[in-house]
Design a protein around this ligand. Structure first.
Ligand code: SF4
Length: 473
């Protein structure tokens, strides 16, 4: 946030609140009044980490904020963001969304050159690289850092008198920039962060592009040459909020179209189309409209339980499903149900939901999924575990159907999902669906390579036949 004449921390808080779905482990805001950077970050949700008193203690007209979902480095306060560093131009703070794939080699290079790290996250590497190059000036420092980074990164950087945002050369993770009423600018991972502060999106950054905001206004520059576009298809299917726009498309509408296409690819006779709330709702509406089968809500979701997919361990995930969803028995009982959800990753959640609905009296449950089968790990910032944990990597479609206990199972095709978004297939990362990684993944990749003194990453053999652990920030 760049908010001349107004406190940036409060606006950043509301923007972060809208981005809570992108990370629920920790949250932080760093502010600057042009010189000194003040920061507060802690474990927990945005609403748990900040209150009036804390926000009042963060004066300044420029700020960056972050919500974390861990993919490299564990969920711990030392890995929370923004990352604060001192540089030759003054204090800086960095927030990173994505996941680097050259974390291990880059960290060893920098350590050999005398760098000392405070955390085990890949994001600190970005901050350290920026600091080392800050004598070139902030914009050149960003460009120099981008030359050495490999992987997925959308970042915002607070430097004295200036905010810079930049996106990796493949544009894997989203980043948008825009204006604020009464003057000012903001940048955010998703456009949904703009509405609470009356911001207006002006530009979705292109791969390799940077945005610079200072007293002279907002301008754009190419920080690194663009590589082939490879935006994460999973953002469109599940991860991003449905009221965000990406590639110029409202995700809610794209998900409706995915549901409609699913009904064409996997038709079935049934009485009701029921979504898994909330993420399955638009696709279920699309399926119902295209098939003519009535849409009904068949489960109520507690508003106060986090997304189970993001919970860091399996025990929490399993407990989470029953705490989160309650079937509407009179709606479900005796019905042939088409159950629409966005994805099956480990199949833990789907299995429990199918069981819940059968226990509620459903006669048949036909599971329809808008994500194509996820067979490969993600190394670019979505926590989709090792290949061993991915249901579609170790089971056939029939085996998954039996495992989750469904009457039938159908996944949307890659072509169908891409067509629903409305951009050419070559503009997406589809690696977790087809194993075609747009950014080469070195053998070094591991989730927590710098925890406990054991360089897990060095031992991880990551290739198509033996994929490994996966991560994100
Ligand atoms: S591998 Fe899958 S989840 Fe990861 S960036 Fe690519 S499409 Fe997205």
């Amino acid at each position: 946030m760049f908010t001349p004449g107004r406190e940036a921390a409060r606006l950043t808080f509301f923007g972060l609140f809208a981005l809570q779905h992108r990370g629920q482990e920790s949250a932080g805001i760093a502010v600057s009044d042009g010189g000194l950077v003040r920061m507060h970050k802690d474990m927990g949700l945005v609403s748990q980490v900040f209150d009036e008193t804390i926000l009042s203690g963060l004066p300044g007209t420029m700020a960056v904020g972050h919500t974390r979902y861990s993919t490299t480095g564990p969920s711990a306060l030392r890995n929370a963001q923004p990352i604060f560093c001192q540089s030759v131009v003054g204090d800086i703070a960095v927030a990173h969304n994505g996941n680097l794939v050259n974390t291990v080699s880059l960290r060893h290079e920098l350590e050999a050159e005398g760098e000392v790290f405070d955390s085990s996250s890949d994001s600190e590497l970005i901050a350290r690289l920026l600091v080392r190059n800050m004598h070139l000036g902030p914009e050149h420092a960003v460009a120099a850092a981008m030359r050495r980074l490999k992987g997925a990164y959308s970042c915002t950087v607070l430097v004295p008198g200036m905010l810079i945002g930049f996106r990796d050369p493949n544009g894997v993770r989203p980043l948008v920039a825009g204006t604020l009423p009464e003057g000012g600018y903001m940048m955010a991972s998703e456009s949904c962060a703009f509405a609470p502060v009356d911001g207006v999106v002006q530009h979705e950054l292109e791969p390799g592009e940077m945005v610079i905001v200072d007293a002279d206004g907002m301008r754009f520059a190419q920080g690194a040459p663009a590589d082939r576009k490879a935006m994460c298809l999973f953002e469109f299917i599940y991860f991003a909020r449905p009221d965000s726009e990406m590639y110029g498309t409202l995700l809610y509408s794209a998900r409706e179209r995915m549901g409609a296409q699913l009904s064409v690819e996997h038709p079935i006779e049934a009485d009701l189309v029921v979504p898994v709330p909330d993420s399955g709702v638009p696709a279920a509406i699309g399926y119902a409209q295209a098939s003519g089968i009535p849409f009904r809500e068949g489960m109520m979701k507690s508003r106060y339980i986090h997304r189970t997919f993001i919970a860091p361990d399996q025990k929490l995930r399993e407990r989470g499903v029953r705490m989160k969803l309650t079937p509407l028995v009179p709606v479900i009982r005796g019905q042939r149900i088409i159950l629409v959800d966005d994805s099956i990753v480990r199949a833990t959640t789907t299995k429990q939901i199918v069981r819940l609905l059968f226990e509620a009296g459903a006669k048949e449950i036909h599971v329809r999924i808008t994500a194509p089968p996820i067979k490969w790990p993600c190394f670019y910032g979505i926590d989709m575990c090792s290949k061993d944990e991915l249901a579609a990597a170790r089971m056939t479609l029939d085996e998954i159907r039996d495992h989750i206990g469904a009457t039938s199972l159908g996944y949307l095709s890659i072509t169908g999902a891409v067509r629903a978004v409305g951009r050419p297939e070559g503009e997406f990362c589809l690696a977790c669906f087809n194993g075609d990684y747009p950014i080469a993944v070195p053998d070094e990749v591991g989730r927590d390579p710098f925890e406990g003194g054991v360089e897990v990453g060095r031992m991880a053999a990551v290739n198509k036949s033996q994929p490994e652990l996966l991560h994100m920030d």
